[in-house]
Design a protein around this ligand. Structure first.
Ligand code: HEC
Ligand code: HEC
Length: 447
């Protein structure tokens, strides 16, 4: 495995080269959580990252952030509280599962192991339905919209659905998102808000919670719970831990590191429209001073194979169709969205041992190889029916196949692979450069 971006100690130390801040300023610099005290002790806390530049905050967001605490919470205190909450296993029905159990701080806040889905709930036996995504570099994910217009490009182009949290974008913000695992029967499995607040009130950090949100914060369960969500969200907005831009690729963008030959070839193949064309959905270039996120926040159906390791898939009629359901319910009738999942960032992707929304792939080189072989060598990826025909796209009913992406690199036929085996290993070398924690001036760690 490549050297993990951050150890817990690295996080606590916050060893960020101050020059990096200067160099990454620009759009990312604005993403820090801003706090403005308004009126009589009212805290108007909002993450600029969630602001849609065209529309501003949603009404629901404004209401969320406008809640009054007796004390104006500081970002630093909320970050510390959020970290304590994130690591607290007592916040689950089982008493054994924290956010960090699934979102491992040592693995870019992605899964700690190679399981496609993690088990949770009151007895820790309830299997999840999707792979755990990394929580890093989600600070710029826009709120979900069906009509994404990239304001820096040609603004007449409607790029379709984009944004939102989770693989299907059903949560609008990090605080909406935090509600899901706290109460999901697959995850932390708490019965209700009162249960969660009672646990926080009894936690070692309860005094810090009172200092941060006001001495009487626990008197009002709803308000205390809002404090929990705000602290978790603020923590996930902390640059040092969630978007340090400290990979070798970032160092190279700053002119502080040179690429090895395979990394340079991989970079070229990744970007080349006639080869990987990966940057079509995972942009890799600096734009208006902002370092790349390696996702355009858009949705695509790429047709990954069904994963028998997910217990829900034992039911033959069950299909996880992403945007059109079943876990997301508001777009059930939009059949043109079936099979689409949000394009993940590829930053720190080399720290993962499960890839794609259903965790069907376990090696990074195989994830890259899927793009090359899906249409060229489908028998390697999909099961064979009796008589030898390959049951292609076996995790998407045939009536939705029109939704599948068919542009490069998915525009090839047998004998015409978009990437050679060497291209694949070069792209992997390039992707390994995206792991945070690179030490400028030191040799690349062996991977
Ligand atoms: C049992 C494992 C598990 C636990 C515990 C868990 N999560 Fe998650 N988390 C997931 C999975 C799986 C997803 C993807 C869900 C989906 O796409 O439907 C996810 C998605 C997310 C996302 C969306 C990321 C994105 O890319 O949009 C955020 C934010 C998040 N979790 C935060 C948290 C927080 C905060 C906690 C603790 C309160 C937590 N999670 C606890 C498994 C877990
Ligand atoms: C059409 C847009 C598109 C293109 C082009 C594209 N990707 Fe992706 N990528 C996605 C989407 C969408 C997913 C998630 C799909 C899913 O889970 O069903 C994904 C997932 C991944 C993952 C798994 C990440 C994780 O956290 O599980 C890797 C690795 C990856 N892509 C690498 C590449 C490489 C390398 C290329 C070029 C060869 C490429 N992608 C081209 C859209 C794209």
């Amino acid at each position: 495995m490549a050297v993990v971006g951050q150890s817990r100690d690295g996080i606590a130390g916050g060893a960020v080269d101050p020059r990096q801040h200067e160099l990454t300023a620009g759009p990312q610099g604005e993403n820090a959580v801003r706090i403005t005290a308004g009126g009589s002790g009212m805290a108007d806390v909002h993450a600029a990252a969630d602001v849609d530049r065209a529309t501003g905050l949603s009404a629901a967001d404004s209401a969320f952030y406008a809640d009054t605490f007796d004390t104006t919470p500081s970002v630093a205190a909320m970050t510390d509280l959020g970290r304590a909450l994130f690591l607290d296993t007592t916040l689950s029905a089982s008493g054994k599962m924290a956010c960090a159990t699934c979102h491992s701080p040592g693995r870019a806040f992605g899964p700690p192991n190679d399981l496609a889905v993690q088990r949770g709930g009151g007895n820790l036996r309830h299997p999840g339905v999707r792979a755990v995504p990394s929580l890093m570099y989600t600070q710029n994910v826009p709120p979900f919209t069906e009509h994404y217009v990239d304001d820096e490009g040609d603004d007449s182009i409607d790029q379709g659905p984009a944004g939102g949290r989770t693989w299907d974008g059903r949560a609008q913000s990090a605080h909406d998102q935090a509600r899901l695992p706290l109460f999901s029967p697959f995850e932390m499995g708490n019965a209700d808000v009162e249960t969660v607040v009672a646990k926080v009130r009894g936690a070692s950090y309860a005094a810090l919670f009172r200092d941060t949100f006001g001495a009487r914060v626990f008197d009002d369960t709803a308000r205390a719970f809002k404090g929990v969500l705000m602290a978790l969200e603020t923590y996930q907005q902390s640059p040092a831990e969630f978007y340090p831009y400290s990979s070798k690729y970032d160092a190279w963008l700053r002119g502080q590191a040179a690429l090895a030959p395979d990394e340079e070839r991989g970079r070229a193949a990744f970007n080349d429209r006639a080869k990987g064309n990966c940057a079509r959905c995972h942009p890799s270039a600096v734009r208006e001073g902002a370092f790349p996120q390696f996702t355009d926040f858009g949705y695509a159906a790429i047709g990954v194979p069904r994963n028998a390791a997910i217990p829900a898939n034992a039911e033959r009629r069950y299909f996880d169709l992403g945007l059109c359901g079943p876990w997301r319910t508001d777009l059930r009738d939009r059949l043109e969205y079936c099979g689409m999942f949000r394009t993940p960032s590829l930053r720190n992707v080399a720290t993962r041992r499960v890839f794609f929304h259903n965790g069907v792939v376990h090696r990074l080189e195989d994830a890259v190889r899927f793009y090359v072989e899906r249409d060229v060598r489908p028998q390697k990826w999909y099961p064979q029916a009796h008589g030898g025909t390959v049951r292609v796209f076996d995790d998407l009913p045939e009536k939705y196949w029109a939704n599948l992406d068919r542009q490069a690199p998915f525009d090839r036929q047998a004998g015409d692979a978009a990437l050679s085996e060497r291209d694949i290993s070069d792209i992997v070398a390039f992707l390994r450069m995206l792991t945070d924690g690179y030490q400028v001036g030191k040799a690349t760690p062996p991977h």
